[in-house]
Design a protein around this ligand. Structure first.
Ligand SMILES: NC(=O)c1ccc[n+]([C@@H]2O[C@H](COP(=O)([O-])OP(=O)(O)OC[C@H]3O[C@@H](n4cnc5c(N)ncnc54)[C@H](OP(=O)(O)O)[C@@H]3O)[C@@H](O)[C@H]2O)c1
Length: 290
């Protein structure tokens, strides 16, 4: 079994998690809408993740909606003491599966209560405020009203820690002026490097890339394939190992609905990449891949 500790740990507030975790979004039905075709398989993936040492699971009540949280509850409740479940609020789903902003204070209160109920907990470990910016990219604009509403729920004891998602550096700084921020969750991977400076500017908090494998458009690169062949690994493992090498505050939540892919992804925690390979992989995001 993979030793996840090989990739070390990082803090999420007063909790410590393995830098290799798991993202549950892929467990909902197609388009992250409705139930999965095979709920038993989804539950098996969650149980395998935790049995393999994963102690950080990313989710949201708007996956499904309600689907991934209920699967997590069914698979894992009562939760192991060391398991940190991170959720996010700020969006809702239309009946046509669309993603709608839901950022008004009353909508955030309701979303936090839905998460508490569907996960079956009294307190949420970490809640990210997910800004709707440009869907998969941030847009400037104040987060004062919604983040203040979440900080109030934290004061009431419903949330342990707060984070932000799909944000600019200005918005991270603004949030930190309102309450402690323990993590930033933005789109980032070996080919999509807009946040290089942000990762370094906020090196004291966890940076949790979404779409670490490219998300709905899986990463494809001849360099990834070449390095993978040289290291006896898969391209996806190299993409994850590159992120682990990129900065110590990067914490991973690769998503999969398959036990085989889960095992493959977790094994990237043990994959060492020499400096020469890292240099070639770095070139992918700079657009000068050979
Ligand atoms: N904050 C946000 O706005 C936001 C947005 C998106 C996602 N997220 C979070 O980030 C997590 C990760 O993102 P993601 O799941 O969307 O994207 P991802 O981890 O980049 O990639 C997931 C995709 O890659 C496939 N995959 C996974 N492992 C693989 C492997 N070893 N070989 C080949 N294909 C593989 C999956 O299909 P299979 O199921 O077939 O393995 C799925 O199609 C999500 O689960 C979610 O918790 C957050």
């Amino acid at each position: 079994m993979t030793d996840l500790a090989a990739a070390s740990v990082f803090s999420l507030g007063d909790r410590t998690v393995n830098r290799m975790g798991y993202g549950a979004m892929q467990l909902a039905g197609p388009g992250v809408f409705g139930p999965p075709k095979d709920p038993a398989a989804a539950i098996a993936v969650l149980r395998e993740a935790v049995a393999s040492g994963v102690n950080h699971i990313d989710t949201s009540d708007f996956y499904g909606p309600h689907v991934t949280n209920r699967l997590i509850r069914e698979a894992l409740h009562p939760y192991p003491d060391d398991l940190v479940i991170v959720t996010k609020v700020g969006a809702a789903r239309g009946e046509d599966a669309s993603w709608l902003p839901a950022m008004a204070p009353a909508e955030l209160v309701s979303a936090v209560h839905d998460n508490l109920k569907n996960l079956g907990v009294d307190v949420l470990d970490v809640v990210n405020l997910r800004l709707m910016g440009k869907i998969h990219g941030p847009a400037e604009g104040s987060l004062e009203e919604p983040f203040t509403a979440l900080a109030e729920l934290q004061r009431q004891g419903l949330i342990r820690h707060l984070g932000v998602s799909n944000v600019t550096p200005v918005q991270v700084a603004q949030a930190r002026g309102i309450a402690e921020v323990v993590c930033v969750q933005n789109l980032y991977n070996v080919a999509h490097r807009d946040d290089d400076a942000l990762i370094e500017a906020f090196a004291d908090i966890a940076y949790v890339p979404f779409f670490p494998l490219g998300g709905f458009t899986p990463l494809q690169s001849s360099t990834l394939s070449e390095v993978a062949a040289e290291r006896g690994a898969t391209p996806m493992q190299v993409a994850l190992a590159w992120l682990l090498h990129r900065a110590p505050n990067i914490v991973l939540i690769p998503g999969t609905s398959s036990i085989g892919h889960l095992r493959e992804n977790l094994a990237a925690a043990e994959l060492a990449l020499p400096d020469a390979a890292l240099a070639r992989l770095n070139a992918i995001g700079k657009g000068d891949e050979r």
